[in-house]
Design a protein around this ligand. Structure first.
Ligand SMILES: [Zn+2]
Length: 322
């Protein structure tokens, strides 16, 4: 049933008695816009993860370089179809591919923060994490004169410090957490498991969380990788992945009266021929959904969606400018 009986799937339990009211961490069920918002996001990782993982042989660097070709294909497709998107760009990528990064900006898409050398924050000290966040932001500023409003953690691995650092720098959203699927929410500044196993949460941030999932990420489905001690097989059929991705969209429209559908892609992955056709098919499927069309369907940049939700919820934020 659309609307009624919405399964928010939160299953929240009080975790830090007395510290915060977890019921206020999320804003589920408060319908704000009655529109389905598709957030096409592309993580322009390029060379950075290969270098950070110390796997930067000539061939892996060339795999990273393919991302630049992928970006050009994606930009062409977005232009043709009149769609907007968000690109999360590590500082190292902006320095090495300033032309493609500038093309993203000039086409009106959003450029957001993704570390400097694609460092997963969980492996860093607090000081190192602050350093790579700032270094990434400085690189975006120098290369394309962009101050990011949003952040996505490399490898989706936030620490207890990340949200506070983002908030201090005027970010208005993060897109690295998984507490919901279709419902943006206000994340706590941190959540951590204590030595005795109890889970505690910090106070609320003033940012929006645009939730992600590994199933709506092209990388594990498609990218074949030999990592230290493990093989990520990837290389799935686009037909299988189309089924998963389209059904996730259909379920949102069936069960909710509004929501976001956050698709995470990588130009070096989705930019291959058969996968570009998958993206075309998926967009066609989304645009062809009758209920979505009649209710309201839009493709947006993450920052615009986040700002609208924050404003709609009456959350005061300190968006940085300049
Ligand atoms: Zn990435």
């Amino acid at each position: 049933m659309p609307g009624g009986g919405v399964d928010q799937g939160l299953g929240l339990t009080s975790s830090d008695a007395g510290a915060i009211d977890t019921r206020k961490v999320y804003i589920p069920g408060i319908l704000t816009f009655f529109v389905y918002t598709v957030l096409l996001t592309f993580d322009f990782d390029a060379y950075a993860p290969w270098i950070y993982r110390k796997m930067a042989n000539y061939t892996n660097l060339s795999r990273g370089e393919f991302a630049a070709l992928g970006v050009r294909r994606i930009l062409g497709y977005l232009k043709e179809t009149g769609l907007v998107a968000t690109f999360f760009v590590p500082g190292h990528t902006a320095e090495h591919f300033p032309e493609e990064t500038g093309m993203i900006r000039d086409a009106g898409h959003e450029i957001a923060s993704h570390g400097y050398l694609h460092e997963p924050p969980e492996g860093l000290t607090e000081e190192e994490e602050r350093h790579v966040l700032d270094r990434g932001m400085t690189a975006l500023k120098n290369a394309v004169n962009v101050r990011p409003k949003g952040y996505r953690s490399p490898s989706w691995a936030l620490t207890k410090h990340t949200m506070t650092m983002l908030q201090q720098r005027g970010y208005i959203y993060d897109s690295s957490l998984m507490s919901t699927d279709y419902t943006p929410y206000i994340p706590a500044l941190y959540e951590e498991a204590l030595d005795d196993g109890r889970v505690v949460k910090g106070p609320l941030s003033n940012m929006a969380e645009l939730p992600v999932s590994w199933s709506l990420d092209d990388y594990p489905h498609f990218e074949y990788s030999r990592l230290q001690g493990a093989i990520q097989p990837g290389l799935r059929s686009v037909n299988e992945v189309f089924e998963n991705w389209s059904l996730d969209f259909d379920y949102m429209v069936r069960m909710y009266d509004e929501g976001v559908y956050v698709l995470t892609m990588h130009p070096e992955v989705i930019g291959r021929g058969h996968r570009m056709i998958l993206l075309e098919r998926l967009i066609g499927h989304i645009r062809g959904n009758g209920r979505a069309k009649s209710q309201g369907l839009e493709f947006a940049r993450c920052a615009d969606a986040a700002k609208r939700y924050l404003d709609g919820w009456g959350v005061t934020h300190n968006e940085a400018t300049g």
